[in-house]
Design a protein around this ligand. Structure first.
Ligand code: A3D
Length: 321
């Protein structure tokens, strides 16, 4: 087997960082595609010219032709407009669906055996659209959202408790929108439940619960918090890192358990929709979905989030996108 080949579709903010990280980590040869002429060529030239300094040796190529993605085993899709301050992810539906349609055709026709990770928003709808157009099997089409949303939640917990983020485990389920579900009961610091640590810190159950609630709300709004600060564009370092960790899980067949926007076929009581759930990522892509027991409150939040995804997908169909 030769080297891995990683195609990145959309050479904007996220795509550029993904290309750089993939090269730095020598995950394989990298192709950066964009419809804007010269820009992906410029970015990849810039990245390649750091190879001596950083000590990596892979091919990094920019292109405006889908032919160059042939033979890619991983395709990461970031094509599409990002949010502006005040916008929700769902406001991007019409514009980004048109873009995703052309991207899905390009990937289907030129990298038919690839495993695809989608980042473009609104995420759950864009993954659905890609799957419908490409006809790829569900294990080879997934979305990145939960790795980032969970990392955001873990970061806030680490700051609050004054512990290393490396020891924090946190999980966010559901759609990648305002209804996402950070699971407080499963959040832990090396196995110690976060709610217990908060109660010990504050010696007051109500205060501890309020602090947890605030972290949940901050997690749900975290993308918007960055958008508001940046003023142009949305988060790009952390989404890129999240897609890279999923890529590593696949190319190294790590069997990592990560929250992934995956196609549900009866799991969690949902059929035929893409929703964020824990899944085993390995060489075959989404190899298995891991179900877990949700209490009544968690279940109702999860169902609410699934309903938001269903509405978005229905809107997409109604608008003929
Ligand atoms: P941006 O820097 O604008 O890059 C998008 C790129 O897509 C631009 O370079 C465009 O030229 C390119 N593009 C437009 N149309 C096409 C096309 N038809 N084919 C190929 N490329 C095209 O945005 P970004 O990199 O900041 O964000 C990219 C997407 O990711 C947006 O939709 C964001 O909303 C989304 N996003 C998702 C997350 C998740 O965690 C899911 C987080 C942050 C952003």
């Amino acid at each position: 087997m030769g080297r891995n080949k990683i195609a990145v579709i959309g050479g904007g903010q996220i795509g550029g960082v993904i290309a750089q990280l993939a090269a730095l980590k020598q995950l394989g040869d990298v192709v950066l595609f964009d419809i804007v002429e010269d820009m992906p060529q410029g970015k990849t030239l810039d990245i390649a010219e750091a190879s001596k300094v950083d000590g990596f040796d892979v091919n990094v190529k920019g292109t405006n032709s889908y032919k160059d993605i042939a033979g890619s085993n991983i395709v990461i899709i970031t094509a599409g407009l990002p949010r502006k301050p005040g916008m929700s992810r769902d406001d991007l539906l019409v514009t980004n669906a048109k873009i995703m349609r052309s991207v899905a055709e390009g990937v289907r026709d030129n990298a038919p055996g690839s495993i695809v990770i989608i980042i473009s928003n609104p995420l759950d709808a864009m993954v659905t659209l890609f799957k419908n157009i490409s006809g790829f099997p569900p294990n080879r089409v997934m979305g990145q959202a939960g790795v980032l949303d969970s990392s955001r939640f873990a970061t806030f917990i680490a700051w609050e408790l004054g512990v290393s983020v490396k020891d924090v485990n946190a999980l966010v389920l559901g759609g990648h929108g305002d209804t996402m579900v950070p699971l407080t009961r499963y959040a832990n610091v090396n196995g110690i439940p976060v709610p217990e640590l908060l109660e010990r810190k504050y010696k007051n159950k109500e205060k501890a619960a309020q602090v947890m609630k605030d972290m949940v709300e901050r997690t749900k709004a975290a993308g918007g918090e960055v958008v508001k600060l940046l003023k142009t564009g949305s988060a790009f370092y952390s989404p890129a890192s999240s897609a890279i960790s999923m890529t590593e899980a696949i190319i190294y067949d790590e069997k990592r358990v990560l929250p992934v926007c995956a196609f549900l076929q009866g799991e969690f009581g949902v059929s035929g929709y893409y929703v964020g759930v824990p899944a085993v990522l390995g060489a075959a892509g989404v190899e298995r979905i891991i179900e877990l027991t949700l209490n009544n409150e968690e279940k109702s939040l999860f169902d609410n989030s699934v309903n938001a995804v269903k509405t978005l997908v229905a809107d997409m169909e109604r608008l003929g996108l």
